[in-house]
Ligand binder design. Structure first.
Ligand SMILES: *Cc1c(COP(=O)(O)O)cnc(C)c1O
Length: 379
């Protein structure tokens, strides 16, 4: 493990987490039910504000897996997935024996392209197999072109699963990410905008989905006096101790969003006069990003040959962590046999982009240092 001085997205505690954790201890609810689990579900639900309910789970990946089961995905089914994402978006499709169909991004939000999406749907239908679901992602916190995506889902009557793992606090026209899909998923992994150390949540306005998610997440026990099972279940519930961390984190979510947005403004201002460095930003005023990670695109033709590899290396030498953008799924060895619709948008982003330190606990001195190292490398 590298030890950086300035990390890309470290945890940022509020100081209130231990009170909730202590509450779990004092009540001896050291299990996957209790006041913290219920309280955390309510906190997130009322923040995101859809009509439904939220189910706290032990990871975002588990939440995606359950969501696909709820949507009826099974062996041999096709599921359309955003190509430009983290592998955790796509892996659960394969857990179920279904096939991911990968769709390239558009250049404005970097999320799934509605144009390529329609092409993929039509081609699958032509081949005699309508996709069972569409998973889109609000990558790096940026909301996708949700109206266009929803139009496609409605036109072809396909369920929409929102991977909002990175976008708690983001919104489109005031509607919060985490409430935009038929089912939505949030992650509280250690590097996300708020963390429970590890955890996830499944949200839906559909009460039947919520009931079934709770049932499947707790080993699918039938209502009987003894242990009886008619379906395969999972042990996916969130610990009441972990949920206590989440409750503490929810008290400062707005501050965390504002701090990450301030990072993004800082980078935009700092690089506004630097040719060849472009900070990823909201396309227009309808989009509100939590800027989970601030990302830049580098054009080596304008930077005198300096590219993202050189910048990453120079930042690392100064003890600063940065990361390449997600390597697209169609370029991953494990998904190389999947159908892919699109061009070279996600591939180009991968080859030219870098995620910069974006934590809500970054100081102005640290941000200045990051910018100085980059500017120094360009000269
Ligand atoms: C983090 C992440 C996940 C997985 O969440 P975990 O809680 O780590 O399982 C899924 N999708 C995306 C886009 C993510 O960034």
């Amino acid at each position: 493990m590298n030890n950086y001085r300035i990390w890309i997205s470290p945890p940022h505690l509020s100081g209130k987490e231990m009170e909730y954790v202590a509450d779990a201890f004092s009540k001896n609810w050291i299990t996957t039910i209790g006041d913290n689990v219920t309280g955390f579900e309510q906190d997130v639900q009322s923040y995101v504000g859809n009509e439904g309910e939220a189910v706290a789970l032990n990871s975002g990946t588990a939440a995606l897996h359950l969501s696909l089961i709820l949507l009826g995905v099974g062996k041999g089914d096709l599921v359309i997935c955003q190509d430009f994402t983290f592998a955790a978006t796509v892996n659960p499709v394969v857990y179920l024996g279904a096939e991911p169909v990968l769709v390239d991004s558009e250049t404005q939000t970097w999320n799934i392209s509605p144009v390529f999406l329609e092409e993929a749907i039509q081609d699958c239908i032509r081949k005699g197999k309508k996709p069972k679901a569409i998973i889109w992602v609000n990558l790096y916190g940026m909301p996708a072109q949700i109206y266009e995506i929803r139009k496609m889902a409605q036109r072809y009557d396909i369920a929409l699963l929102e991977d909002a793992a990175e976008s708690l606090g983001s919104s489109y026209e005031g509607k919060k990410c985490g409430a935009l899909g038929d089912i939505s998923v949030i992650s509280f992994n250690g590097n996300k905008i708020i963390t429970t150390s590890g955890g996830g949540m499944l949200l839906s306005g559909n009460k039947e989905f919520i009931r079934e998610a709770r049932f499947l997440a707790t080993q699918a026990r039938d209502e009987a006096l003894w242990y009886q099972h008619s379906r395969i279940g999972y042990n996916y519930g969130m610990s009441n101790i972990v949920a206590g961390i989440g409750r503490g984190q929810m008290t400062v979510l707005e501050d965390r969003i504002e701090a990450r947005r301030a990072n993004n403004r800082f980078y935009r201002e700092a690089f506004s006069t630097i040719p060849g460095i472009e900070v990823h930003k909201e396309p227009d005023e309808h989009y509100f990003s939590n800027y989970w990670l601030s990302c830049i695109l580098i054009d080596p033709e304008l930077t005198g040959g300096v590219d993202c590899k050189i910048l990453r290396e120079e930042l690392a030498k100064s003890g600063i962590e940065s990361r390449f953008l997600w390597k697209p799924m169609h370029l991953q060895p494990v998904f190389s046999n999947c159908l892919f619709y699109g061009k070279d948008i996600s591939e180009h982003l991968f080859h030219t982009g870098l995620c910069l330190p974006s934590g809500s606990n970054l100081t102005e001195e640290e941000l200045t240092e990051v910018v100085d190292v980059i500017k120094g490398t360009l000269n």
